[in-house]
Design a protein around this ligand. Sequence first.
Ligand SMILES: *Cc1c(COP(=O)(O)O)cnc(C)c1O
Length: 375
Amino acid sequence: MTGAERPATLAVTAGRPPRAPGAPVNPPIVLSSTFVSQGEPGPGDRFYGRGGTPAWEPFEAALGALEGAERPAVVFSSGMAAIAAVFSLVEPGATIVVPRHAYQTTLGFVDELVARTSGQLVRVDVANTAEVLAALDGASLVLLESPTNPMLEVAELPEILAAARSLGVRSVVDNTFATPLGQRPLALGADLVVHSVTKYLAGHSDVVLGAVVAADDQLDGLVRAHRTLHGAIAGPFEVWLALRGLRTLALRVERSQANAAELERRLSTHPLVAGVRHPSLPDDPGHERASRLMNGFGSILGVRPVGGAAAADAVVSAVGLWLPATSLGGVESSIERRRRFATETSSVPDDLLRLSVGIEDVDDLWDDLDRALHA
Ligand SMILES: *Cc1c(COP(=O)(O)O)cnc(C)c1O
């Protein structure tokens, strides 16, 4: 490897065993909780499976390379474990800035953290740059999603991340929705990137896994130390599956984005659809920014059917191909009304359906959705 490959190539090439006659093409699944060692272990020496294992290294190398980092990613047992690790960097009583719309469990996590540590929480509209910049003053950490879950708001990441750095505010970007093929937050000035590997990176709805990628060695060391001390470590099979999934990331993202763009184009003139949200639509509030900052628009759609929440529930009950399920980023298309969860933020419309578009034939997806809208 020359180290100069483009992301779609890196997804295939990174984290392979060294090329040698007779060498395996894929890394083996390593099942060992302990490693031969005696005396005082040096930095990076393997001695016990919670501190480090070759079961993680190929995936960590591949994701670090994909995010354009100078170091490997740090894999965790879930996206939430990764998010908990980055929030462990915040001192008690600190001010934290988060999107008003974001992944539900992330918002639940920060609510609990701030209540327990007497901190301050500022929730911002990430699309309103002036509001975000004002909130950074005096903050300790800012977490951003762009596009946000489930409202698909797009943030002016370079300007916000530069301001955070100059103010000494630690910045974290949850890059689950965009994937490193859509944007590389470290290059835009983020201190840390977090992923729910469960979603697009693994891509097959068969593992729950997370990761952090750090911009410098000090942060990387703190996140690794947190993993060892708190113990939210990933299992060898899950990490192996995630790396296997990662190999086809570019193909899956390309196909699902193309499907999403086509569906959103058709839905935007559907008589039974009151509103469609996707940054690829020319009149979407995030369109200009996403066109400038992102490579592709992602494959999550927000759809509001005519008839309110009851009509939205009826659509979910009527689909046959689309999967009524939460989560996103798998090869299969899924649909859910977000406000079915009592914990979903109340400014998310009651009738909003979140569609995670997969890689099926777009005409089959359309036929099923159109039929369900008429049901
Ligand atoms: C799913 C998700 C998470 C949480 O990840 P888990 O792997 O479910 O723990 C965090 N952020 C976003 C944007 C997600 O979609």
